[in-house]
Write a protein that binds this ligand. Structure first.
Ligand SMILES: Cc1cc2nc3c(=O)[nH]c(=O)nc-3n(C[C@H](O)[C@H](O)[C@H](O)COP(=O)(O)OP(=O)(O)OC[C@H]3O[C@@H](n4cnc5c(N)ncnc54)[C@H](O)[C@@H]3O)c2cc1C
Length: 408
C-alpha cells in the first residue's frame, strides 16, 4: 500500500511516525510547498526570538531518512483527483496513492494581499516567514516593528520580537487583545498586564488602514485613527484560512466523519479539518496542536486497525510564550460567572446547570488541568468551585484527586 501525505506539518509528521512505529512497511511520499523537514509552528516564534533554528524540527532534522519517506518539497499540491487516486502539483507531477492523508493546514489571511509586495511586510505562519523576517531584521538593522492583529498569533509575534529586543506596537481592532480566547473583563485584564510586563505599545479599536512605501520598502503605516507610525517592519496576523482548495475546491475546510475520513481512502486532520466539538457538538475548525494530534492518531489507528473514532475537538487556547504570564481558556463564555482575582492572577469559570461551560485562567495557570477535566467530564460543581479557583495547588494534586496521578 502506498501512502501520500499533502503537507509535512505537525499532523502529517505525526501520522507518518505512527505508521512506521506500528510496523507499516509500504511506500510513503510526503508533499509540501515548503522545503524543510517537518517542523512545529508552535515553536517557530522561539527561533525568531533568538533560539537556534534546529530546535523547530520537533521530530528530528533527518525525519525523511529516519522514517523512510520520499519527500516532494517546494512543489504545492494543486489538485486531488479522488476518482483516479492521484494528487497533482504545480510543477506538473502526478503522484498516485492508495491512501491519502490530507493535512495542508491553513495559511495567513491578508486584508490587502498586495501589501506583501512591499519589502518589510510579512505574514507570521510558516518557517519560511520566520526565516525571511529574521534575515530582513538583520540586513536592515530593524529596531522596531508593528504587528497588525492581536489574536493568538499576533500576540505571539509581538512577544517574540519584543523578546529579541525590538520596540513593538500591537494594533488590534477589538477593545482587548486575545478577544477570541477571553471575555471582556479577562481580556482587558490580560491586555493591561501584558502591556505593563512587556512594554509593548498596544493600540486598541484600531486597524492598519494603509501602508507607505519608499523605494519599494515599507516606511510607515497609517492607522484607522489617522495616526502615522514610522516603521520598516509590519507583521500581518489577522486571521487564517484553511488550505482545502486542492481537495474540496473551496477554502471552508474539509468535513470529516468520526474516523477522520473525508472520502474513499482519504484521511484528513489538523488545521484544515472540520470536526465536531467534544462538548457542544458544534462543527468547526479547531486549529490547535492537541486537536491535530488526536485527529491524526484517530486516522492512523483507523488505517492500521480499522477501528476507533474521534471524540471531538476542544477549543482550548494556551498562551505561555516568551513571558512569565500564561493565559489558558476553553469552552464558551456564557452562563453564571464565578471569578477570583489576586494581584496578577485572574481566574473565572462560566457555569450552566452547575456544569462548567467555559473558563479563563490568567497569570498562574497551575489549576487549569483540573478545571479542564471538570469541563470535559461534565461533572456538576457547586460553590466549592470558588475555593478551587483560589487554590495555589499544582495540577498534579488535582490529577491525584481525580485518580489519574501520584500525589505530589
Ligand atoms: C506562530 C504559531 C504559533 C502557534 N502556537 C501554538 C501553540 O502554542 N499551541 C497550539 O496548540 N497551537 C499553536 N499553533 C497552531 C499549531 O501549529 C497548528 O494547530 C498545527 O501545526 C496544525 O498542524 P497541521 O499539520 O494541520 O498544520 P501545519 O503544521 O501548519 O502543516 C501544514 C502543512 O501543509 C503544507 N501545505 C500547505 N499547503 C500545501 C499544498 N498546497 N501542497 C502541499 N503542502 C501544503 C505546509 O507547508 C505544511 O507542511 C501555532 C501556530 C502558529 C502559526
Amino acid at each position: 500500500m502506498k501512502i501520500v501525505t499533502v503537507g509535512t506539518g505537525m499532523a502529517a509528521a505525526e501520522f507518518v511516525q505512527r505508521l512506521r512505529l506500528a510496523g507499516f512497511r509500504g511506500e510513503i511520499v510526503m508533499c509540501s510547498d515548503e522545503n524543510f523537514a517537518p517542523y512545529s509552528p508552535c515553536v517557530i516564534p522561539f527561533y525568531l526570538a533568538g533560539e537556534p533554528l534546529d530546535t523547530v524540527f520537533w521530530k528530528g532534522k533527518d525525519f525523511y531518512q529516519h522514517y523512510r519517506v520520499t519527500p516532494r518539497l517546494s512543489d504545492p499540491v494543486v489538485e486531488v483527483d479522488a476518482e483516479k487516486r492521484i494528487v497533482r502539483t504545480v510543477a506538473g507531477r502526478a503522484e498516485a496513492y492508495d491512501r491519502l492523508f490530507y493535512a495542508a493546514g491553513a495559511r495567513s489571511w491578508y486584508p490587502c494581499p498586495e501589501w506583501l509586495e512591499t519589502q518589510g511586510v510579512f505574514g507570521f505562519k510558516t518557517l519560511t516567514d520566520m526565516v525571511a523576517i529574521d534575515e530582513y531584521i538583520k540586513e536592515h538593522n530593524i529596531k522596531k516593528g508593528v504587528v497588525f492583529g492581536g489574536g493568538f498569533i499576533g500576540v505571539d509575534a509581538a512577544l517574540a520580537l519584543r523578546h529579541r529586543g525590538l520596540d513593538m506596537m500591537l494594533v488590534h481592532r477589538n477593545n482587548r487583545i486575545l478577544s477570541q480566547m477571553t471575555d471582556k473583563e479577562g481580556g482587558q485584564f490580560a491586555t493591561r498586564k501584558l502591556a505593563r510586563k512587556t512594554g509593548i505599545d498596544i493600540r486598541l479599536k484600531c486597524t492598519v488602514s494603509e501602508i507607505v512605501a519608499d523605494g519599494g520598502q515599507l516606511a510607515a503605516v497609517k492607522l484607522s485613527d489617522n495616526s502615522m507610525i514610522e516603521t520598516r517592519l509590519l507583521i500581518v496576523a489577522i486571521g487564517i484560512s484553511p488550505n482545502s482548495e486542492p481537495l474540496c475546491g473551496h477554502d471552508k475546510g474539509v468535513p470529516v466523519d468520526r474516523q477522520m475520513l473525508a472520502g474513499a481512502g482519504i484521511y484528513t486532520a489538523g488545521d484544515v479539518a472540520v470536526t465536531p466539538h467534544a462538548v457542544t457538538g458544534e462543527t468547526g475548525i479547531y486549529a490547535t496542536y492537541p486537536n491535530a494530534m488526536q485527529q491524526t492518531r484517530t486516522a492512523a489507528r483507523h488505517l492500521l486497525h480499522g477501528d476507533g473514532q474521534y471524540a471531538g475537538s476542544v477549543n482550548t487556547n494556551v498562551l505561555k510564550k516568551h513571558i512569565d504570564f500564561p493565559i489558558v481558556s476553553a469552552g464558551s463564555f456564557t452562563g453564571e460567572t464565578v471569578t477570583w482575582q489576586q494581584g496578577d492572577i485572574w481566574r473565572r469559570v462560566y457555569l450552566e446547570d452547575d456544569m462548567i461551560n467555559g473558563y479563563i485562567i490568567i497569570g498562574d495557570t497551575r489549576i487549569s488541568g483540573y478545571i479542564y477535566q471538570l469541563y470535559l467530564s461534565r461533572k456538576k460543581v457547586d460553590s466549592t468551585i470558588k475555593k478551587v479557583l483560589s487554590a495555589p495547588r499544582h495540577d498534579a494534586y488535582y490529577r491525584h484527586m481525580l485518580g489519574c496521578g501520584q500525589e505530589p
